[in-house]
Design a protein around this ligand. Sequence first.
Ligand code: ATP
Length: 231
Amino acid sequence: SHEPPLLESRGLHAGYGPASVLRDVEIKIARGQVVALLGPNGAGKTTTVHTLAGEIKPLKGEVLRNGVRDTSPLFRRARQGLAYVGEDRTVFMTLTVAENLRVARANTDHAFELFPELKRLAGRRTGLLSGGEQQMLALARVLGRGPSVLLADELSLGLAPLVVDRLLAAVRQAADERELGVLLVEQHVEKALKYADYAYVLRRGEVIIEGSGADIRGRLDEVQDSYLSVA
Ligand code: ATP
């Protein structure tokens, strides 16, 4: 199709002061696509996410939504279907699972469709769930609102491998069934590539490798090398 990407950066330079962390970052997220953003600590992954979200203003370059330059702040982008989930599980511990979905205005049917395991936990206090179940709920709260784009920054940090797969499979399912576009920042490189349509590897603020998921899976050595000796 010739429709523009849901979200895109062009010639992006951004940082936290006058000095830029990112150098000429160009990333595209199309409808129904899971796009992995990989790279060592300090490479600029979170900075990229914050800039795409409208939390940081570009020093140079631009962010486009549906092909149109977007300079609006984070809250407005959120209203327009941009969702974010991070490593910190945004859930209310004293509420039940169902209450957590309700206060987030998530569609409960949709949330339970993506995470059937949450259904039997609906009446349980969230504080009693495992870390993995809490992160499923955090993701269900966000995806249950039917966003068009999800920015997922290390959503699987510190979780067991099986849970990581479960979360990534749900993200994949939302992309396939709901046309969600996803930017997936992941420490689990091989797992991320298993679910991704396309991947970018950042190093020192620059995209040094990019390609389809299958392509990048075949270049794993090169990707692993990019994680080495970053001074
Ligand atoms: P990590 O996995 O460690 O979070 P990352 O790839 O997400 O790495 P960023 O968090 O984007 O990398 O950091 C990129 C660079 O920006 C680093 O050099 C970091 O020290 C710097 N940086 C990050 N946050 C800030 C901040 N709030 N103020 C100043 N510099 C920052």
